[in-house]
Design a protein around this ligand. Structure first.
Ligand SMILES: [Cu+2]
Length: 403
């Protein structure tokens, strides 16, 4: 190294050192200034503002600060390394440093995965409260099991290999341009596993959505669930167990669902605020939406299906655990099954929540006998007026046509 180059590199080094120091100083000054200003302006508005800082912006800034700190530490190490080189000492072992960081990352990451299992894992849903729910849980557990085994093996191999085969001037890497066996293994093995999972899922879903009622078996209990911004409307069929037809053009203030009363099945339909279902009986949810796409979501029964405007959908399932029984099992006296909307359907989406109760058949019949008919007096009046108006408007038209 010539004298001039030495001087040059020394200048660059000093510049780097100055920059590093200024950077650190600025960061530290900001840190020190923050609590000082917060303390100086102590009114309520500022307190509210500082509460906002715990939001996304706060974490974004924290992340950026962490990046700056890591950058500064890197620069300091670089300066240290260059100084050592100038002094004729050996270079810093960067590869060894990176390899050690990989092992630290592996250990921290594995602990993170363990933490997720133990802390978040306890917040999973209780046992499935429906017949098909048990199968969904089985499928979920098998998929989670397989992916977790693959996850742990690949992550441990990845970081251990990074550590074990870090660069060393003492050995040469083996050049492997192509290997058919490896290609085959890593293509066929995941393909087989994924095919098994997909076929398993396909048959389970087919079994769940198999809509045909078995011969000789009583048909399912029909429940109408209609979503609109921002409420669920429930409709129970009367003694005929048939829900009447609906037509969106008939929707009025008194006829919220637009029930068509020309259909005889409509006249005995009932309205309800809470969804009651008898235990161990097949239930068919007849799902509709009036404005945007909503989604009927009953996590405890592993039930979820979209409610689409203009496209009736249905979900058939059999609840197996009564609300009272579940309260005992979970030791939660206030436990309720819930029906949520699982589509972010607008501003008050969170309001689309309904209590669902699973009871024994007697309780269900008793509850049903107390529900009000959908055809209220006000609605009857509306319908009479509408038919009268229709007749009035038809007569002059006919005359007009005749003329
Ligand atoms: Cu919704």
């Amino acid at each position: 190294m010539g004298f001039k180059t030495f001087i040059k590199s020394k200048k660059i080094l000093s510049l780097l050192a100055v920059l590093t120091l200024t950077g650190t100083h600025l960061v530290m000054a900001q840190d020190a200034a923050a609590p000082a200003t917060a303390a100086a302006t102590g009114d309520a508005a500022d307190a509210a503002k500082s509460a906002m800082w715990t939001g996304v912006e706060y974490y974004l800034l924290l992340f950026l600060l962490a990046c700056v700190v890591i950058g500064i530490v890197g620069k300091i190490l670089k300066v240290y390394d260059l100084t050592r080189q100038i002094q004729g000492k050996s270079e810093l072992n960067w590869n060894g440093l990176m390899a050690s960081i990989c092992i630290v990352f592996l250990v921290v990451g594995l602990y993170g995965a363990y933490w997720e299992f133990t802390v978040q894992g306890t917040e999973t849903l209780p046992e499935a409260a429906s017949v098909h729910g048990v199968k969904i849980d089985e499928m979920f557990n098998v998929t989670t099991g397989i992916t977790m085994v693959v996850f742990f093996i690949t992550q441990i191999l990845l970081f251990t290999f990074l550590f074990r085969y870090r660069h060393s001037s003492k050995r040469r890497a083996h050049y492997l341009p192509h290997n058919n066996t490896i290609e085959k293994v890593w293509t066929i093995a995941p393909a087989v596993v994924l095919t098994v999972l997909v076929v398993f899922g396909f048959f389970t879903w087919q079994e769940i959505t198999n809509s045909a009622d078995a011969k000789g078996q009583p048909s399912s209990i029909n429940i109408g669930v209609t979503g609109h911004q921002f409420k669920w409307e429930l409709r129970y069929p009367g003694k005929d167990n048939k829900l009447g037809a609906v037509d969106y053009r008939l929707v009025t203030a008194d006829n919220k669902l637009g029930i068509d009363y020309k259909d005889k099945n409509s006249t005995d339909d009932l309205q309800a605020d809470t969804m009651y279902m008898p235990v161990n009986k097949s239930v068919r949810l007849n799902i509709l939406a009036q404005d945007v796409i909503h989604s009927v979501y009953m996590p405890h029964f592993r039930v979820q299906l979209n409610a689409v405007p203009g496209l009736p959908t249905f979900f058939k399932f059999t609840p197996t655990i009564t609300t009272a029984d579940m309260r005992n099992r979970l030791n939660q006296p206030d436990f309720e099954y819930l029906l949520y909307c699982n589509k972010i359907c607008g501003g008050i989406h969170y309001n689309m929540k309904l209590i669902v109760r699973v009871v024994n058949v007697e309780e269900y019949q008793q509850w049903l006998s107390h529900q009000k008919p959908y055809l209220t007096d006000a609605l009857k009046k509306d319908l009479k007026m509408a038919s009268a108006n229709q007749q009035k408007s038809i007569t002059p038209n006919r005359l007009a046509l005749n003329n």
